[in-house]
Ligand binder design. Structure first.
Ligand SMILES: *[C@@H]1O[C@H](CO)[C@@H](O)[C@H](O)[C@H]1NC(C)=O
Ligand SMILES: *[C@@H]1O[C@H](CO)[C@@H](O)[C@H](O)[C@H]1NC(C)=O
Ligand SMILES: *[C@@H]1O[C@H](CO)[C@@H](O)[C@H](O)[C@H]1NC(C)=O
Length: 479
């Protein structure tokens, strides 16, 4: 007893010494000039984008506009989306006098909208039949709207698109440039990913490995290529949950006006009726304003999160987050812990292979979009049936090995996880009962060929990979 009592502290101090000696890999660096050039093909930002006195007016106007509800009062719209507003802005029209402060702001933002920055020689996204080389003269106008969210609220990941066009033609038409102007310092950050899509079902690349994490900063204007997947990550909020504390003015630049009824012209008659026409007041305020900005946010003030630690489950440095991408795929990504993130900061992010995953669907038999996409996908499916999310997400959960496994096989097998709540009705198809869980099955939805993991086997990565390999080799035998 006596020896162990004295050796204990000794072991502890040895351990401590080891810990202190081992270098903790710092994940925040800066980009060098050549890197920052590549990154600027995705996003750029400006601080003090409007003179402070004008910015104050814009903020007040946005709050007032938002409290109006739907100014177009169209009743039931297809899919119930609220209308956005259109301001024509082609050469000639750009000199038109702004009727209110929001329009003045849009005129200022027009100066910063340079498509050539995003559509240079490196923009060679392979899946486009025709390469887009947008220039300033392609910009015909601005679609704008206002969003107010609480401090811990997120916004689902999406592509900015012509919504009515997408509903009618089932394909996507993107703005040339998307922008966000933060009107407050509050709320969850925007995550802009280096990922695009043609029709919303096939993503390119399948898993994005670069992006920008943009914490709200009042009077900051962020612009990015209009075809990028983005959203607001509530789990990365550094804020308290105050209602409507996160207010943004969104302005997207288009080649042509998005279709009605989702995007409407804010006519003189409507603007007058709603009380948004006072060009003299705007002109006067602008004359009086002293303008120190806009100041481009340079790479020195854009910290670079290089999340490339070879140990993928380093809970000391990172925590893992999850977002849903339509139809219901889980995007899992590592970020520095909340206490290591700094408010009002724009981060460039780079994830190595083992820190970002996005190929696994979360099966929900009530999600029609997901079920139709499941049948459209030609690859055989791996479905992992579990009791509930705890089986997947706990610190020892299945996702820690299933996500990398699914990513390794992403071009040959589409993987789903299926909880009892969302997918119990599928058990019968595979002859599964509750006590079999967790269990994996392979299914070819074209030929209806099935293979179920041996029941009672120790469930783990090796067994599941064996099942995948067996199914694939039997498929190739059939050819
Ligand atoms: C974004 O992705 C494209 C296509 O995969 C790639 O060519 C480009 O270098 C990426 N941009 C950044 C900043 O990594
Ligand atoms: C990011 O990490 C990778 C892998 O460790 C390394 O090769 C690269 O140089 C790092 N980039 C920067 C800018 O530090
Ligand atoms: C991003 O991460 C990849 C993979 O670790 C690495 O090869 C690459 O150099 C990194 N990019 C930068 C700009 O550091």
């Amino acid at each position: 007893m006596a020896t162990s009592a004295t050796s204990f502290p000794l072991i502890l101090s040895l351990l401590l010494a080891l810990l202190l000696a081992s270098p903790v890999k710092c994940s925040v660096t800066t980009l060098d000039a050549s890197d920052s050039e590549v990154w600027s093909e995705l996003t750029t930002a400006w601080d003090s984008v409007l003179p402070a006195s004008v910015f104050k007016e814009v903020k007040e106007e946005c709050d007032r506009f938002n409290s109006l509800g739907d100014v177009y009062d169209l009743g039931d719209m297809k899919f119930g989306k609220k209308s956005t507003n259109w301001l024509a802005m082609s050469e000639g029209e750009e000199s038109a006098e702004p009727r209110n402060f929001i329009e003045y702001a849009i005129h200022q933002f027009y100066e910063l909208a340079i498509p050539e920055q995003f559509y240079g020689d490196n923009y060679n996204i392979k899946h486009y039949n025709e390469l887009k080389r947008y220039t300033k003269s392609d910009i015909q106008g601005a679609e704008w709207w206002i969003q107010a969210r609480s401090g811990k609220e997120g916004i689902g990941f999406h592509y900015d698109k012509d919504e009515a066009y997408a509903s009618n033609y089932m394909t996507m038409s993107f703005p040339i440039i998307s922008t966000i102007t933060y009107l407050t310092d509050a709320g969850a950050p925007t995550l802009i990913l280096n990922q695009t899509s043609l029709d919303g079902s096939l993503e390119f690349p399948e898993v994005p490995h670069e992006g920008f994490l943009s914490y709200p900063k009042s009077n900051r204007h962020v612009i990015f290529r209009g075809d990028l997947n983005h959203g607001v990550s509530k789990t990365l909020s550094l804020d308290v949950d105050t209602p409507n504390s996160r207010v943004t003015l969104l302005v997207n630049w288009w080649m042509r006006k998005p279709m009605e009824p989702n995007c409407m012209v804010f006519t003189d008659a409507l603007a007058k009726k709603a009380g948004f026409v006072y060009p003299e007041k705007v002109a006067k305020a602008v004359r009086k304003a002293t303008n120190p900005g806009p100041n481009k946010v340079n790479s020195e003030s854009t910290p670079f999160l290089n999340i490339t630690d070879p140990k993928s489950k380093n809970t000391k440095l990172y925590s893992r987050h999850m977002e849903r991408f339509p139809p219901n795929d889980g995007f899992h990504y590592d970020m520095p812990r909340i206490k290591d993130l700094v408010a009002h900061t724009l981060y460039a992010v780079n994830w190595s292979w083992e820190h970002v995953f996005g190929t696994v669907g979360m099966l929900d038999l009530w999600n029609q979009n997901q079920i139709s996409s499941l049948f459209r996908i030609v690859e055989p499916k791996l479905i992992v049936f579990v009791h509930d999310d705890r089986d997947l997400e706990s610190p020892t959960g299945i996702n820690w090995w299933l996500q990398p496994l699914a990513k390794r096989y992403q071009s040959r097998i589409k993987t789903y996880t299926a909880t009892t709540e969302k997918a119990q009705n599928a058990w019968g198809e595979f002859g599964i009962i509750e006590k079999d869980l967790p269990i994996a099955v392979m299914h070819d939805t074209k030929t209806n060929r099935k293979l179920v993991l041996e029941r009672g086997a120790v469930f783990g990565e090796d067994k599941v990979e064996e099942l995948m390999k067996k199914f694939l080799s039997e498929s190739s035998d059939e050819l």
